[in-house]
Design a protein around this ligand. Structure first.
Ligand SMILES: [Zn+2]
Ligand SMILES: [Zn+2]
Length: 827
């Protein structure tokens, strides 16, 4: 038999066998408990997979195999999030239809995934651009609409002038488009929204029930941005209406010395006096040209103008001036703030700049300061606050002020959320058409479920336009349609949906991927979901991961599923950088592809290195020498196993371990400790230390095979190697399958049972050391074989009886005979 490790030959052979056996087919039902392992829905980019992507897929493949060997029915499917801007932009660049380029990119991904031995059940493959899939994406839209969670509204929205589409709030990062980095502008268009804000509190509360990284939970918590405060009414003299502000610090109301409105606040024009109109209009024009980034910049000096009007502070009836300033934005709160310069840094800066009064109303415990050189933002007691003086603030003061105002109808407690509704309309071609028809007689008419899918027409010209109109608006055959309600000529909605809608529900589809009657077969979803293990990059913390949770809750409320959280456990893999520590990117030419690694070293070595490279969550630089180390490890394993197979050829199975020699027992202890270690590490996503344990164990085995081969009988050696092979199988399935066969293992290693360990065999062996004080036996202590001297002495000193005889004495000498005796000489 060939004893040279030839990964290419082994991998090609077993991949063909598995394909022919349909080895990765997942049964729809089984007596086994389920394990649903899912990767984030990938977008098949034109660049194909890099070794960075493999950092996601290899570990999930390994744990899927691990749980399969542990007796679970494992679902680990794969599919494609194939609509969206990047796909469309790529197609525009290549001058082909996005369907053509997307399909070719998918083929590349599949080829690469098969090449590295990922065990996907391709019969369950789904693609978001398939009408059989997006029919149900449209169905979800209708469900939202039916439940009052989809609505159409006009507002100032984020527009990316480069992508030529409106974006969701989550897709604007510090004033820039998350896709292309272009500064966003505002555009007024009528758009579709999903009312995710209705679920803000539940999205927050249910974070406690899921096993997700704390960092992701924190990002969602901050994004949802719950704050408790009060809405306070400021009267406007000689008018019936009031100005409402939201404040989290009602206890500082006596210090509110002026108000600031967003320049675009609807009341500004009415309230501005003729005397101030010219300066106000000029300032509004100036602000209109500012970007959001400029407006929120901390460095920038705040601008602002007085509009000539005043409002009445409800706690003391003081008339305070109303200003407008760019630092107050219409999209947040009510677009109006009460300014408390003594206790807010930004207000302090503004008041100082424009000579507005600063009134101290919260004093630190040390007493009122009189004149402030900066805002005091700490806790304290109320001062200059009339009958409220002396109350602890914000503690008692908060409730006292709100109660007092509430009784007079001037305030009410209010919980505010930063979260905005999800804007889902996109003015781009490559997406799911929104299933809505506009009729002059009936208004907005949802397309009936029986008429789904609303097919995306094949367009030759799908260039985005500057005017906020989707390319679908230029397709007359698409736009003109009979109203589903009255039959009169109607007009289709021409915007498409944000692709995050497609990925908000895909995990429901895999259990019944071809189900024709609904988005999913309820029985299949009940059997498989929630997803047990969800794995992907941390960058989707407040987009995909928030939207998918929202969708699940809507389904739950609609009685369509029995759980409200889709992903029970989430793990984020670290990134892989180029060898020089830089981010891998096509433009830098430093991308390492799995193709080049597999061609040089084979898929199993790539897989092993991906697992071994660093703790799973940690980002790390690629190092080709690391892969070479993995090749050497597998080559030695292969040779050892082949030699053992030859030595044990024709022998019956080993019978127990009762008659094993002492050096044989050392090997068995090592093996059982390794089983225990690798089992625990796999469960806890500590792949790197699992691989390290296997490498250590193999070194010991190689030493023993070279020097103390007789420590075990050949059939026992074969048992040891079989067990070792099972431990390797989830990580390096090809070479494991080959060795399993050579060692005469039963069936495929994929279906073998994960080995258990014998706790007594795995236990560290201990020896009893006698403890003497001045040569007299005083105690005995059990220590592990090979324990360090200091550890034994410490243990000996801490024994109760020893302590009695050491008390009040000075130790002048410590005598230690390893694994036998400790003698403390005292005086
Ligand atoms: Zn953009
Ligand atoms: Zn109609």
């Amino acid at each position: 038999m060939d004893q040279r490790y030839d990964p290419h030959e082994i991998e090609a052979r077993w991949q063909a066998v598995w394909r022919q056996r349909d080895a990765y087919r997942t049964p729809d039902t089984s007596d086994r408990p389920t394990f649903y392992c899912l990767d984030f829905f990938p977008y098949p980019s034109g660049d194909g997979l890099s070794v960075g992507h493999c950092r996601n897929y290899v570990p999930t493949d390994a744990i899927s195999r691990f749980y399969r060997m542990r007796g679970r029915n494992v679902l680990h499917p794969m599919g494609w999030d194939a609509f969206g801007l990047p796909a469309e932009n790529y197609a525009l660049k290549m001058g082909v239809h996005p369907r053509v380029s997307t399909e070719s990119n998918i083929a590349t991904y599949k080829r690469q995934m098969d090449m590295i031995g990922l065990g996907f059940d391709w019969s369950r493959e789904i693609s978001s651009i398939d009408p059989d899939y997006y029919k149900w994406t449209q169905w979800f839209f209708l469900l939202m609409y039916e439940r009052g969670l989809a609505y159409r509204a006009t507002g100032q929205q984020w527009w990316c002038p480069s992508c030529k589409t409106i974006l969701a709030n989550e897709q604007v990062e510090q004033g820039r488009c998350w896709r292309c980095g272009t500064e966003v502008t505002r555009k007024d268009l009528e758009q579709w929204y999903f009312r995710i804000t209705e679920y803000a509190q539940r999205l927050l509360d249910d974070l406690d029930a899921i096993d997700w990284p704390e960092s992701i939970k924190l990002m969602q918590t901050n994004w949802i941005g719950r704050s408790e405060g009060a809405e306070v009414e400021f009267a406007l003299p000689d008018r019936d209406d009031t100005l409402t502000v939201f404040t989290t610090r009602p206890d500082t109301l006596f210090g509110a010395t002026y108000m600031v409105l967003a320049p675009e606040h609807p009341l500004v024009d009415e309230l501005t006096t003729d005397e101030h109109r010219a300066t106000v209009v000029a300032y509004q024009d100036q602000v209109r040209r500012e970007s959001e980034i400029e407006r929120l910049s901390i460095e920038k000096e705040k601008g602002g103008v007085f509009i000539g009007a005043v409002a009445v502070n409800p706690v003391n009836d003081e008339r305070i001036p109303i200003w407008i300033s760019d630092y107050v934005l219409m999209g947040y709160g009510t677009g109006a703030i009460m300014a408390v310069p003594a206790h807010d840094e930004r207000d302090f800066q503004f008041a100082t700049q424009f000579g507005l009064p600063i009134v101290e109303v919260i004093a630190p415990q040390s007493g009122a300061q009189g004149t402030l050189s900066e805002a005091y933002v700490g806790d304290g007691v109320m001062v200059n606050s009339g009958e409220f003086d002396g109350l602890a603030a914000p503690g008692q003061a908060f409730a006292a002020i709100v109660d007092w105002l509430s009784e007079r109808g001037l305030a009410r407690p209010k919980v505010n959320f930063k979260l905005r509704d999800w804007l889902i309309s996109r003015q781009r071609y490559w997406g799911v058409p929104i299933p809505i028809v506009y009729c002059e007689k009936c208004g907005i008419v949802p397309v009936p479920e029986a008429q789904l899918p609303v097919l995306l027409p094949d367009l030759d010209d799908f260039q985005p336009a500057d005017d906020g109109q989707s390319p679908l608006a230029r397709a007359p055959g698409f736009v003109a349609v009979a109203c589903p309600k009255c039959g009169l000529p109607g007009r289709r909605e021409t915007d498409t949906m944000d692709t995050f809608v497609c990925s908000s529900w895909y995990h429901f589809r895999y259990p019944s991927p071809r189900f024709p009657m609904a988005a999913f077969d309820r029985r299949a979803v009940d059997y498989w979901l929630p997803v047990d293990m969800y794995v992907g990059g941390a960058e989707h913390a407040v987009m995909h991961l928030l939207y998918a949770r929202f969708f699940c809750k809507v389904l739950f409320d609609a009685g369509k599923v029995g759980f409200a959280e889709p992903y029970a456990t989430l793990r984020n893999q670290g990134m892989i950088q180029a060898e020089d520590g830089q981010k891998m990117s096509k433009s830098k030419g430093n991308v390492v592809t799995p193709d080049s690694v597999v061609e040089k070293y084979g898929a199993d070595s790539l897989r092993l290195y991906e697992l071994f490279i660093a703790p799973f969550e940690q980002s790390v630089a690629w190092n080709d020498r690391g892969v070479q180390g993995c090749v050497r490890f597998l080559a030695r394993y292969f040779t050892l196993a082949t030699e053992v197979a030859a030595a044990a050829a024709g022998l019956p199975a080993a019978e127990g371990t009762a008659d094993v020699s002492d050096s044989g027992r050392v090997l068995l202890r090592l093996l059982h400790k390794t089983i225990r270690k690798v089992s625990g590490d796999m469960e806890e996503f500590r792949f790197n230390t699992a691989v390290a344990a296997l490498m250590e164990a193999q070194n010991e085995m190689l030493d023993a095979w070279a020097g103390r081969r007789e420590a075990l009988k050949p059939a026992q050696w074969r048992e040891v190697l079989r067990t070792f092979t099972l431990l390797l199988a989830p990580m390096t399935p090809h070479v494991a399958e080959e060795v399993w066969e050579r060692l005469g293992g039963e069936g495929s290693v994929l279906d073998a049972t994960w080995p258990g360990w014998d706790e007594s065999l795995a236990a560290d062996e201990v020896v009893t050391v006698v403890v003497q004080v001045n040569g007299k036996l005083r105690d005995r202590v059990e220590v592990p074989v090979g324990a360090e001297k200091e550890a034994v002495l410490t243990a000996a000193r801490e024994m109760n009886n020893t302590q009695r005889f050491l008390e009040g004495k000075q130790i002048v000498n410590e005598i230690y005979v390893p694994e036998k005796l400790v003698n403390f000489v005292v005086k």
